[in-house]
Design a protein around this ligand. Structure first.
Ligand code: PTJ
Length: 252
């Protein structure tokens, strides 16, 4: 489909087209489109921008990743489709492993998403040969790699489902979520929740790595002053204020 560049929702329409192509290629799960639509709705309420609140969460997340002994970035179909190259860049910058871990798991999809990540620059991608199980999850989603998520001390989970987020927290891992829905179980379970759109959040995070790597005091101050319940409340307050202040006639 041809999308006109002067359409007010150009970027959103192009992303939707791209996501549906990734479904046809077997990278994004069909229900991944529904998850994407939910994300778009919350982003609309947020004002489709990185708020100061999200920026602080992004910096705190990078502080956690830099101070981790075994950081891992968990990748699903939506994440790969939206920002494979940027995830590869962040992983390299913070020296994290990348592991593909799918909600709608099939060996074929795991292979496709791993290959897609590798073609986008991610190195030594884990997930093809799971050799461990995450306790507390009854489905196939428990399958993971001993060298990756299983032994990680800090896990970044973009667009995660609530069960796995809660299970990772119960296992004592530091959990960083990226989720536009501040009401989700994932958002509430994580230690740090970045309420921002994934393709804005990841480059923002990579950009602050050099400064935070040099500045241990700043990393410590970010981690010590962060309160996720307060962070989520602020994100909800921003959405409510946007709803109240919208002009009656707008262009959607
Ligand atoms: O590829 P798979 O099989 O692992 O499946 C991936 C999905 C995303 C389908 C699966 O994990 C899922 O069903 O997730 P949920 O439970 O729908 O949660 C996804 C969350 O991500 C929702 O709260 C959305 O609001 C949020 N979200 C969607 N798109 C974005 C987003 N958050 C940030 N940026 C986005 N682009």
């Amino acid at each position: 489909m041809q999308v006109s560049k002067d359409h007010p929702r150009y970027k959103s329409l192009v992303t939707r087209e791209m996501m549906s192509e990734r479904v046809a290629e077997g990278i994004v799960a069909p229900t991944g489109l529904i998850a994407h639509g939910r994300g778009e709705a919350f982003d609309y309420l947020l004002g489709e921008r990185t708020t100061d609140n999200a920026r602080r969460a992004e910096q705190t997340a990078v502080a956690y990743l830099l101070d981790a002994n075994k950081p891992v970035i968990s990748v699903n179909g939506n994440t790969a489709a939206l920002c494979a190259k940027e995830i590869a860049g962040l992983a390299e910058a913070v020296r994290a492993k990348v592991e593909v871990n799918l909600f709608h798991r099939s060996e074929e999809r795991v292979e496709r998403v791993c290959a897609f990540m590798e073609a986008s620059g991610a190195k030594a991608v884990l997930g093809r040969n799971p050799d461990a199980f995450l306790p507390g999850i009854s489905s196939d989603r428990a399958k993971c790699s001993k060298a990756g998520i299983y032994s990680a001390d800090t896990v970044l989970i973009p667009l995660e489902d609530g069960d796995r987020a809660e299970a990772l927290v119960k296992l004592g891992k530091k959990v960083i979520a990226i989720d536009l829905n501040p009401l989700s179980r994932t958002a509430k379970a994580a230690h740090v929740t970045i309420v921002d759109e994934l393709t804005r959040a990841i480059p923002n995070m990579t950009a602050v790595v050099p400064e935070l790597r040099r500045n241990g005091d700043k990393r410590l101050a970010l981690v010590n002053s962060f309160d996720n319940a307060h962070n989520l409340q602020e994100a909800m307050d921003i959405m409510c204020a946007n709803l109240r202040s919208q002009p009656k006639e707008g262009k959607a």
